[in-house]
Design a binder for this molecule. Structure first.
Ligand code: SF4
Length: 377
């Protein structure tokens, strides 16, 4: 089966952070020299195993994304060397987008120069908020002024494409705090902004604190007001909302993330990294010790949960992910049986806009995106 989108990306999961934020449910390890050395050795070998399998069929990579965790937990020179190895292993499109995620409070100006010189051309800082008290409420280290310094240093290092991740609906965060964050972020003139609503994930410190009535969960209405404020504010500043959580200046849509929403293929490396190749989804084991042992001692890929999608599952994914894009999905993505009837019903409820070719969520529909997608499938 050929993919809906011919583009191909590479994702590297670097599972290290200095400490865990209270809301974070990602697989990660606390950054320490020995596990990081082990990770690096295993990752280099994992690249070599995939090269021997010729798993990417010599197709050129259009995006490379180092995510985490905090990729810049690794020394910048090591990240640069990994990128050089990737370039020597697979063909790369001349216009490749190469992203690295970074924590504004731990990356240095020198690191940023090394990364830019190595060929990273997009940087994504986890800013989260521009109000210091919000950091305390989510257990995040650093201070908001670090974000401004990091953005300035990134620009001096040569980065033109700078993303800032923000979160809203944080414990104790008011609409006024959120507006202050948006205003402060715009003054830093990033090219891309991601705004994520806080969600309470099971097993996190935040979920425990809420269960013990130590803090209140985010209010739904307040989160919706914050979402509307972001759309208005960022729209007025020239950003276009192209996906439920993502805003970009013209020409700065994230190519790598677009792969996920358009049925493109990607290979994920590192513990817990997910892949989608040849119609099959698979993921690496979410444990550094097992990941490294299987690669280094047994020379085999630490893959778990391999599922080949049926045509119907692929259509479902195309709808669920595609509807996240503000441009919508082609009408033909929706199975023919009762297509018009279903679409008309959701249009009448104010959840969808539809024309002859495209179907897209309304702002009301975006609040219920998954439910709408299920009804169309
Ligand atoms: S920095 Fe990101 S990955 Fe690390 S603990 Fe915080 S939210 Fe999780």
């Amino acid at each position: 089966m050929s993919p809906a989108n011919e583009d191909l990306g590479l994702y590297i999961h670097v599972p290290f952070c200095r400490r865990r934020c209270h809301f974070c449910a990602f697989y990660l390890e606390i950054a320490q020299p020995d596990p990081m050395t082990l990770f690096h050795s295993a990752l280099v070998q994992e690249i070599s195993l995939y090269q021997r399998k010729a798993a990417l069929d010599d197709r050129a990579l259009q995006s490379i994304y180092f995510g985490g965790g905090t990729p810049t937990s690794l020394p910048a020179a090591q990240l640069a060397a990994l990128l050089t190895l990737i370039r020597a292993t697979w063909p790369i499109e001349p216009t490749v987008e190469v992203t690295v995620e970074a924590h504004p409070s731990s990356v240095t100006a020198r690191d940023l120069t090394v990364l830019a010189d190595a060929g990273f051309n997009r940087i994504s800082f986890g800013a989260e908020s521009m109000v210091d008290k919000d950091f305390a409420s989510i257990g995040r280290f650093g201070r908001v002024r670090d974000t401004a310094s990091a953005v300035q240093a990134a620009r001096l290092a040569g980065f033109r494409n700078i993303n800032l991740d923000l979160m809203y609906g944080l414990p104790g965060q008011s609409l006024r705090d959120w507006l202050h964050t948006l205003e402060s972020i715009l003054m830093l003139t990033p090219s891309h902004i991601s705004c994520y609503a806080l969600t309470i994930e099971e097993g996190t410190r935040l979920a425990q604190d809420i269960a013990r009535n130590l803090i209140l969960p985010p209010g739904d209405m307040l989160q919706l007001d914050m979402e509307s404020a972001a759309e208005r504010f960022l729209g007025e500043a020239g950003f276009s909302r192209y996906e439920i959580s993502n805003y970009a200046e013209p020409g700065y849509v994230c190519r790598h993330n677009l792969l996920y929403w358009t049925g493109g293929e990607y290979l994920g490396l590192g513990p817990s990294a997910q892949s989608y190749l040849d119609g099959t989804r698979f993921g690496n084991v979410a444990d550094l010790t097992t990941y490294a042992a299987e690669i280094l001692n047994e020379s085999h890929l630490p893959i778990r949960d391999q599922v080949t999608l049926s045509t119907s599952e692929r259509q479902r994914d195309a709808l669920v992910f595609g509807l996240r894009l503000l441009r919508g999905v082609p009408r033909k993505t929706i199975a023919a049986a009762e297509r018009d009837h279903q679409i008309d019903g959701l249009v009448a409820k104010g959840l969808l806009d539809a024309d002859h070719d495209l179907v897209r969520l309304t702002s009301l529909g975006r609040r219920y995106a998954d439910t709408v997608a299920e009804q169309l499938f």
